[in-house]
Ligand binder design. Structure first.
Ligand code: GLN
Length: 482
């Protein structure tokens, strides 16, 4: 059994045709994880008990010759900010080092009902704050494509398992780029859905107006197959949208001739690595050859996106993280004398440096006297950034950009320079602030063999067009990556 090449579809087919059992396949994945993951560090927890129980259910269905559900037997890994019933869920933080979630996130219930097998939980930056995975409260993740480099963040573990072949698909979260940027750095596909497309019930909140759960996979089609199971209104999340969910996989493979593709000048200026630029320009040429009309556009508030994002995200984080106080759950500081000392020491010992930095920044931005100058101003600029996209999408069907200005950087390279780290998000935070969907897919390698990512952005709730364009680019570029 060669598990390295498995996709969502081929896994399901192989199990339906009894080429192997789900249980044997799960064995093979855990063997590979045991061999390769200690050096990569992508998994924090393995959920063997649940995985084998689910595999037995799928094997029973297959044994009876019953029709198999859409994701039957597909082994997935789940970012550790997503709640999994009875399974350790730490959000990459020491403050939750002993926390087993008492319920499943809606996405987990939906994926498991469709037959997916959760192999384990993946490492991430603490509370999803970071761009390199070096902010994990436990240990960093190494990029499987070059182990001296970061996999990106904050969903670095979920991107790394796809690149390493230690899961077929995975879940990440994207608040400011945390699905697209690690997908780009690891040479895999990652999709951030529209805000509200996928329920956030059971997701440990970072910045509630920006957080989205989305899939990683080897192919655009795999991302589509996961999204169509995960998406849709959930009564448990009042911000989940009541918008019909198309069968996204039906759009994958449809021609794109005649579509208008916007290329924003602001994303091709200073700071863009020359090899990244060349690869993205080559991909745009392929889209033109496929019959798309390439339209130069302007997203004129792009340069304000980083400060805007880091005000909104830290403000929301400071409020969301107030719940970790050692009272109801989480690790509690020992031998304390007063409740105040208990809160203070629990939070001081439990949170890492970046989380503390953000709580302080966010608390400052929200405090009386500064609220108007910072938070309110940031909200206004956020509207202008969203309006840039509205105006662009009046003229084009999708927008194509580099996902990141550079390829994966070295472990430690930016760890002591938070500002340099924040700048790694320059091309991803704009779509996050606007709430629109974004896909990153591999579009070649640089001269060191490091993957380069192409970002495809779409209108609200138009993941179908994003996936269609991404699939054509993926096939036109086949052979240029990996
Ligand atoms: N790198 C960004 C940050 O640190 C984005 C994180 C995310 O999308 N979760 O906030």
């Amino acid at each position: 059994m060669n598990i390295d090449l498995l996709t969502v579809e081929s896994t399901r087919t192989a199990i339906a045709e009894k080429q192997f059992t789900a249980a044997a396949m799960v064995d093979a994945f855990y063997e590979k994880i045991g061999k390769d993951d200690p050096d990569i560090g992508a998994y924090l927890t393995l959920s063997e008990e649940g995985a084998y129980a689910q595999a037995a259910r799928i094997d029973e269905l297959a044994g009876r010759g019953d029709a198999l559900p859409a994701l039957a037997g597909v082994p997935i890994a789940v970012k550790d900010v997503i709640s999994t019933k009875g399974v350790r869920t730490t959000a990459g933080s020491k403050i939750l080092a002993n926390y087993d979630a008492p319920y499943n996130a809606t996405v987990i219930d939906r994926l498991e009902a469709a037959g997916a097998i959760v192999l384990g939980k993946t490492n991430c930056d603490e509370f999803a704050m970071g761009s390199s995975n070096e902010n994990s409260g436990f240990h960093p993740v190494r990029n499987p494509r070059d182990r001296t480099r970061v996999p990106g963040g904050s969903s670095g573990g979920s991107a790394a398992v796809i690149a390493a072949g230690t899961a077929v698909a995975s879940l990440g979260t994207d608040t400011g780029g945390s699905i697209r940027q690690p997908a780009s750095f690891c040479g895999v596909v990652g999709l951030m859905p529209t805000y509200g497309r996928v329920s956030r019930y059971g997701l440990i909140a970072f910045a509630s107006s920006l957080d989205k759960i989305g899939p990683f996979g080897k192919t655009v089609k795999d991302a589509a197959l996961l999204l169509e199971v995960m998406a849709g209104r959930d009564p448990m999340d009042s911000t989940s949208a009541d918008v019909p969910v198309p069968r996204y996989s039906d759009f994958v493979g449809q021609p794109i001739a005649g579509l208008k593709i916007g290329v924003p000048g602001e994303y091709f200026g200073e700071g863009l690595d020359a090899e990244v630029r060349a690869a993205v320009e080559a991909a745009i040429k392929k889209l033109a050859e496929a019959g798309c009309e390439i339209v130069p556009i302007s997203l004129k508030h792009t340069s304000y996106a980083i400060p805007t994002y880091y005000l909104v995200a830290t403000a929301e984080a400071s409020s969301n993280l107030a719940r970790f106080d050692g009272v109801r759950y989480s690790v509690r500081a020992k031998s304390v004398k007063t409740p105040a000392e208990m809160y203070r020491r629990t939070r001081n010992e439990g949170f890492g440096a970046e989380v503390k930095r953000r709580i302080m920044l966010g608390t400052y931005a929200l405090s009386a006297g500064y609220y108007d100058a910072y938070y309110l101003k940031a909200q206004k600029v956020r509207s202008l950034i969203a309006r840039d996209f509205d105006e662009a999408f009046a003229k084009v069907d999708a927008i194509v950009t580099p996902t990141t200005p550079t390829t994966a950087f070295r472990l430690g390279e930016k760890a002591d320079d938070p500002l340099a780290m924040y700048l790694a998000d320059i091309f991803t935070v704009t779509a996050s602030l606007a709430g629109i969907p974004g896909l990153s897919l591999p579009c070649g390698n640089n001269s060191d063999g490091l993957p380069i990512g192409l970002q495809v952005l779409g209108k609200h709730f138009d993941e179908a067009t994003v996936l269609r364009v991404g699939h054509v680019a993926e096939h036109a570029l086949a052979g240029q990556s990996r």
